[in-house]
Design a protein around this ligand. Structure first.
Ligand SMILES: [Zn+2]
Ligand SMILES: [Zn+2]
Length: 254
């Protein structure tokens, strides 16, 4: 990878050709560095509570840093010397761990033995985690209230909702007529409230007035009225009268 100009840092446990000092002969904060100038690689053995072996083609031991550690013996915090390579590794490895963790939470599951499918699913999950992270950063910058920030599951549902149906493609007349069809009356079950993204996307939310015997509960929180006006995209009933503008409110307010 180095010949391609890509540098790397990582832990290792397989290392031959050099005898590092034994664990027991090292004190906390001690380190031992070996550099192979020909291969531009540096290996460090460092002792924290245990010893670790890291190698890097990018960073060496210097400059040294001080890290805070809890000392079980004196029951207090102490400062431990830490080589630059380890500090960098720990800082960036944290990010990789968080990313791996997040990917496990709602992993796209697809039973297959074909590796390309697995790889594509994996990359898709990775892209989801990364974009959720960017979304949260953008929320931070725009000072969005915490309660309005989507959690990872909501975010994922929103994206899939958009990819599946909320496209910007113009609907055909047939599709619209299909949507405008009244939901069957025999077993009426109110549709779930759409995701915030779909609700507020400002696209294709058409009101139709169904010929119902009795109007149905309006789905705006706090409204107790009933209505025969339904949004064809969200498939929910909303008031739209001279005094009640629930249809407008539902599609415009967070
Ligand atoms: Zn709607
Ligand atoms: Zn209402």
């Amino acid at each position: 990878m180095l010949t391609l100009g890509i540098e790397g840092t990582g832990t290792t446990n397989r290392f031959k050709g050099y005898q590092f000092p034994k664990d027991s002969s090292m004190n906390r904060g001690d380190y031992h560095e070996v550099v192979n100038i020909k291969k531009d690689i540096c290996v460090i053995k460092w002792k924290d509570s245990k010893t670790v072996l890291t190698c890097s083609t990018a960073i060496g031991a210097l400059p040294l840093h001080k890290v805070q550690r809890y000392d079980k013996v004196t029951k207090s915090y102490i400062e431990v010397t830490c080589p630059d390579m380890i500090k960098n590794y720990n800082e960036h490895m944290g990010g990789v761990d968080v990313s791996d963790q997040m990917m496990e939470v709602y992993r796209s599951w697809h039973k297959t033995r074909k590796w390309p499918i697995k790889l594509i699913m994996h990359l898709f999950d990775l892209a989801m985690v990364n974009s959720w992270y960017e979304y949260r950063q953008s929320c931070d910058r725009n000072k969005v209230k915490n309660s309005n920030i989507m959690d990872f599951l909501d975010f994922k549902i929103c994206v899939s909702d958009f990819l599946l149906g909320g496209s910007t493609r113009k609907r055909t007349r047939e599709e619209f007529e299909e949507m405008a069809k009244m939901p069957s009356t025999s077993h009426y079950q109110p549709a779930p409230i759409p995701t915030i993204d779909k609700r507020l996307d400002g696209y294709n939310h058409w009101p139709v007035c169904d010929s119902l015997k009795a109007p149905r509960c309006c789905r705006v929180t706090g409204c107790t009225s009933r209505s025969k006006v339904r949004c064809t995209k969200c498939n929910v009933y909303l008031c739209s009268t001279k005094d009640k503008h629930c249809f407008y409110v539902f599609h415009n307010e967070k």
